[in-house]
Design a protein around this ligand. Sequence first.
Ligand code: FES
Length: 85
Amino acid sequence: MATIRFEGEERELPDGSAVLEVCEAMGMPFGCTEGLCGTCRCTVVKGFENLEPLNEQEEDMDLEEGERLACQSVIKSGIVHFSID
Ligand code: FES
C-alpha cells in the first residue's frame, strides 16, 4: 500500500495508483483532470521519488522543481506528501 498525505490527512491507496481520486477526496482542487489547466499544480514536500516520472502533460506545464500535477501523478509505493501554496 502507498500513502498520500495532504493538509494533515493521510489516505492509503494501492501501489501504482493514480492519486487524483484520493487527493480530490481530501479537498485538493481539480479542474480539467487532463493535465491542461494547472489547477491541481502542487508541491511534493516529501516522497517525490515515490511518484512515477513526469508525463507529457506535466512536461508541457513547465513545472518548478518539486512540483507535480496531481491529476497526472501516479504513486509507485511509499508515502507522498503534497502541499498547495
Ligand atoms: S486538473 Fe487541470 S491540470 Fe490537473
